[in-house]
Write a protein that binds this ligand. Structure first.
Ligand SMILES: [Fe+2]
Ligand SMILES: [Fe+2]
Length: 464
């Protein structure tokens, strides 16, 4: 049989011979542009991390975690690619253009959510999509195939981020101040950023005249009512023999959703720790994103069971106090200590077993993957936290002591009138039973064990 060689795709399917028969960008220019993309992803990552904790809106907070992670991954891929191209020194931490630096500073310092969301997604992400698009068209499809390959993946996710931004801008409504800022600051900066850097270029600043200060105090939107409430201790319920797996699933979903405090806290570690290699940033951001996913797994679980999750009182006590009372290293220590405690019997295996026995298949899916994520987090902790100590024991002891510093504030917050520690569980439990046709277990409905004098690993605490 004759083979029709003409019909076979040429050049390993990259492009046609005609498309490859013209020159592409010089390598030096490719490196220059790739460094600019890497810088943009790195700045976007830092911006999402810098704004995550103080962003009240849950859907935005969780999206910032996701988008910070995507940007960290694309920056990582670009760093690798740049290091393969013979243009040393790499200069991966250099600023490629002063106007670009001011442009990102302005976004980081945007005074409110509306302006921030508009600028970060529609302006910054939008510009990056355009610039990468130009690169893809101008670089040689065969000689520079490795760069084009990773930029193709970047474009898919940038487009998704842009779409998210479009929808968010519409949902948030009024953005008049953004238009003025756009016209007088952001637009001119982007124009300058397209030209060769020059000391004479005017670089207008509006919001970033003072350097950005990271705000470590977590904020939540109005659906997170009563954020100091510590009326319900889900661990004591989960590890008790008195209750059935089905009801324990509800407590696990509460625990998952409450994990929204972990990205709030991890963002503070990233924002307030300097001098770490990029690999640290990448790994920590992966974990941060996982924790945001864990919170959303809780949301999904409640949704699937027809329960209004806002009936649960999702406290910010943990991230609030760690962020404002502990050093970044102490916070990391507490996180590692808690996650190590999840590995033995009363940990993730147990949660998965309970979920599997519950008759709620989604619960098993959630706990199965939650467990796998925690194994990864333990490895990340060993790599980036434990290695700062002489031994695992020292690292664990440091975390335990740091956590003990956060003595129970159950009484203080009550005395200050911040919460009455109202029992929200009974109503939520009854709602879940009604929605799913479950028989109410009177013991479970009457559950009323709080966090008074306790911390979340069931260790007793001195109360204040
Ligand atoms: Fe988690
Ligand atoms: Fe974790």
């Amino acid at each position: 049989m004759m083979i029709d060689y003409e019909k076979l795709p040429k050049l390993a399917g990259l492009c046609t011979l005609e498309e490859a028969a013209k020159p592409g960008l010089p390598l030096e220019e490719c490196v220059r542009r790739l460094k600019r993309f890497q810088y943009s992803f790195k700045r976007l990552h830092g911006i999402f991390i810098g704004r995550l904790t103080s962003e009240p809106i849950y859907e935005l907070k969780t999206a910032f975690a996701h988008h910070a992670y995507l940007c960290a991954e694309h920056a990582t891929a670009l760093r690798q690619r740049i290091s393969e191209m013979p243009e040393p020194p790499l200069g991966l931490e250099d600023v490629p253009h002063p106007a670009l630096e001011v442009f990102f500073d302005e976004i980081l310092c945007a005074p409110d959510t509306n302006q921030f969301v508009y600028a970060v997604y529609l302006e910054a992400v939008g510009t990056l999509i355009e610039e990468i698009g130009e690169y893809e068209r101008e670089t040689h499809p065969l000689t520079d195939a490795p760069s084009r390959r990773l930029l193709k993946f970047a474009q898919i996710e940038l487009a998704e981020m842009y779409q998210f931004g479009m929808k968010a801008v519409t949902a948030l409504g009024d953005s008049w101040p953004t238009r003025d800022w756009d016209e007088h600051v952001m637009g001119p900066l982007l124009k300058v950023a397209k030209t060769a850097p020059s000391p004479d270029a005017e670089l207008p600043r509006r919001y970033s005249t003072k350097p950005f200060t990271y705000d470590s105090v977590p904020q939540r939107d109005e659906r997170f009512a009563d954020p100091w409430n510590q009326a319900i201790n889900p661990e004591a319920f989960l590890y008790s023999d008195e209750f059935q797996p089905r009801d324990k699933v509800l407590m696990m979903l509460f625990k998952r959703l409450r994990e929204i405090d972990v990205p709030e806290m991890m963002a503070s570690i990233l924002a307030e720790t300097t001098g770490k290699p990029w690999a640290y940033t990448r790994d920590m951001t992966r974990q941060l994103w996982d924790e945001a996913r864990h919170a959303m797994m809780g949301e999904v679980g409640f949704f699937a069971l027809g329960v209004d999750w806002t009936k649960a009182r999702i406290s910010w006590n943990w991230s609030y106090r760690l962020n404002t009372e502990c050093t970044p290293l102490e916070r990391h220590g507490v996180l590692f200590f808690i996650e190590q405690g999840l590995m033995p019997k009363t940990g993730k295996r147990y949660e998965f077993e309970v979920a599997s026995e519950s008759g709620i298949p989604l619960a098993a899916t959630i706990q199965d993957f939650d467990w796998a994520d925690e194994v990864l987090h333990s490895q990340i902790g060993r790599e980036w936290y434990v290695k700062q100590f002489g031994s695992l024991q020292e690292a664990l002891a440091f975390g335990d002591v740091a956590w003990t510093k956060i003595t129970s504030n159950w009484t203080t917050v009550k005395d200050r009138g911040l919460t009455q520690h109202e029992n929200w569980w009974t109503e939520l439990y009854r709602e879940a039973c009604t929605a799913n046709g479950w028989t109410i277990d009177p013991g479970a409905a009457a559950y009323d064990t709080s966090y008074e004098g306790r911390r979340a690993d069931l260790k007793s605490l001195s109360t204040d």
